[in-house]
Design a protein around this ligand. Structure first.
Ligand SMILES: CC(C)(COP(=O)(O)OP(=O)(O)OC[C@H]1O[C@@H](n2cnc3c(N)ncnc32)[C@H](O)[C@@H]1OP(=O)(O)O)[C@@H](O)C(=O)NCCC(=O)NCCS
Length: 113
């Protein structure tokens, strides 16, 4: 895989944060569930012409870094087969996520920090 280096832009308001690659081609949203020490990651997406260049991995790594900084103990995300390919589920597992439960459209995954 060819890789491109990226910096990030980060906006946070109360318990929600938006993380975007500085080139604007990838983003995700983090909801901090502070009473549970959890963070919910959602809406991870990279522009089709910029995929397989490491941006998705960089976004998840940066999200983990930000979560650690906010004392998050556990990250949770959903893999949804209606809008995400099967290899994405395998990729999450390679990154250390494990299945928490299945849901009607896919799987809820978690990773302890
Ligand atoms: C999922 C997504 C965010 C990944 O972003 P990305 O920038 O392409 O990811 P990366 O370049 O960091 O690649 C991640 C891994 O997947 C692999 N990969 C990338 N594209 C792939 C493809 N089409 N088929 C199989 N594997 C692929 C990479 O080789 C890499 O593997 P590695 O970790 O073993 O090195 C992006 O494909 C996307 O936006 N998909 C549509 C929306 C989506 O499914 N979002 C997830 C919601 S649950």
């Amino acid at each position: 895989m060819q890789q491109i280096y990226t910096n990030f832009q980060y906006w946070a308001y109360r318990d929600r944060a938006i993380l975007m690659t500085s080139n604007g081609h990838g983003a995700l949203i983090i909801d901090f569930i502070t009473e549970l020490d959890d963070a919910l990651l959602w809406s991870l997406s990279v522009d089709p012409e910029f995929r397989d260049l490491g941006l998705g991995t960089a976004l998840l790594e940066e999200a983990e870094y930000l979560c650690r900084g906010r004392a998050v103990k556990r990250i949770v995300l959903d893999w949804d087969e209606r809008n995400s390919e099967k290899w994405v589920l395998h990729w999450y597992k390679r990154l250390g996520f494990t299945e928490l439960q299945s849901n009607p459209y896919g799987v809820t995954l978690t990773k302890c920090l």
